[in-house]
Write a protein that binds this ligand. Structure first.
Ligand code: SF4
Ligand code: SF4
Length: 370
């Protein structure tokens, strides 16, 4: 749980907002707040994870600093979210990665790439690392199949286990029964909200990011990142099916499903992450929170590096640079997967759970009104 001081400050701000209610049409947070008369730690954690950080309530607020009430809901909720990601992950030692998101991501990427290149150099020899490989199975001549697949599988399962257990603990602390988490109607509604980034659209004019002006830039760039990531996931899945069930080994032709999906997804990720990093660099710091901003930058930078090294690997796969690029790409991908449960990626799980709770509460409201 967040510190008692932070919870006390969050409760103070929510009591002011609950009396004011000026922002009730901005997003799902304010109607959810109005359903409550008092705010437990679980309530505040839920509200914070329902917030998309659109910042509309900061620029509209007549009680924002320098007013003595000092209401700054986006910053307050960002602090609570950073605590959520830290508190619900395990083990404790690794969850401290949240505090040093950028440093950890950079170090793990560099160490991962160096380790892969060193091992290939040592075990396969420099002639394999620095030669061109063009035939079927070219990548596996540099890094053997099992050395590539087994760590990736282990890291994915580990990350999923940490995030799912964290989500269940989050759900229990926000007063939910496990059965409700799998409520199909609420799940569908949450999926619709998440896939459309509904609450980054504001009232239709967009959100107030990177500054007070309304803009749809963040929403569209986030869409590019999210759907680019999904396309890359689809590319990896199709490649795995080709390899395991059809016996077709990579590298695949340019006009094949794994390459086409991977290339389109990679370009979308590159544009989306580059654009979001640019917006972050330009964004107003007053409604921002330091730990969350560091986490955002680390995650975006790792996604950008993953897509960049992946696209470079595709472009130069028939040249002697392939071995070195493969080592660097695998190192960056390893850093991305190791830090997934301890960085910004976690917001996908906690926000989804908050959207499910919101859908359940809205349905109960509608039933009462009927
Ligand atoms: S953020 Fe400010 S304007 Fe909005 S409800 Fe709270 S106190 Fe009122
Ligand atoms: S920042 Fe946006 S999403 Fe978050 S509480 Fe304010 S208006 Fe709602």
């Amino acid at each position: 749980m967040p510190s008692p001081e932070l919870l006390e400050e969050a409760e103070r701000q929510m009591v002011v907002c609950n009396a004011c209610r000026y922002c009730e049409g901005f997003c799902a947070v304010f109607p959810a707040m109005e359903r409550r008369r008092s705010f437990s730690g679980g309530d505040l954690t839920y509200l914070a994870n329902l917030c998309f950080d659109c910042r509309a309530c900061f620029y509209a607020c007549q009680y924002a600093p320098p007013h003595e009430f000092a209401i700054n809901v986006p910053k307050l909720f960002a602090e609570l979210r950073a605590d959520t990601y830290r508190d619900y992950s395990w083990p404790r030692l690794l969850s401290s990665l949240y505090r040093r998101g950028g440093l950890a991501a950079g170090l793990i990427s560099a160490l991962g790439a160096a380790a892969v290149l060193f091992l290939v150099f040592l075990v396969r020899g420099p002639e394999v690392l620095f030669s061109a490989h063009v035939r079927e199975g070219a990548f596996y001549r540099v890094v053997p199949y099992l050395a590539m697949v087994l760590p990736a599988l282990a890291m994915t399962l580990y990350g999923l286990a940490v995030l799912l257990m964290g989500t269940i603990r989050f759900w229990r602390d926000t007063h939910g029964s496990l059965g409700e988490l799998f409520d199909p109607r609420a799940f569908l509604r949450a999926t619709e909200d998440a896939f459309s980034l509904r609450y980054l659209a504001g009232g239709g004019a967009g959100c107030n990011y990177p500054d007070a002006a309304f803009s749809h830039a963040r929403r569209w760039l986030h869409h590019l990142v999210f759907y680019g990531f999904l396309l890359d996931l689809a590319s990896t899945t199709v490649a795995a099916i080709y390899d395991h069930f059809l016996g077709w080994t990579a590298p695949y032709p340019l006009l094949s499903w794994p390459v086409a999906l991977g290339t389109i997804g990679g370009v979308m990720l590159l544009i989306g992450t580059g654009g979001l990093l640019y917006l972050k660099w330009r964004s107003d710091e007053e409604p921002a929170e330091g730990r969350m901003a560091a986490m955002d930058v680390a995650f975006l930078a790792l996604l950008l590096l993953t897509s960049l090294t992946g696209l470079l690997l595709l472009a130069l796969r028939d040249t002697p640079a392939m071995g070195t690029l493969l080592g660097i790409h695998l190192g960056v991908v390893a850093a991305l997967f190791i830090t997934l449960p301890y960085g910004k990626f976690a917001h996908l799980f906690y926000r989804y759970a908050a959207l499910i709770r919101n859908a359940i509460e809205e349905r109960a409201d509608a039933a009462t009104a009927d």
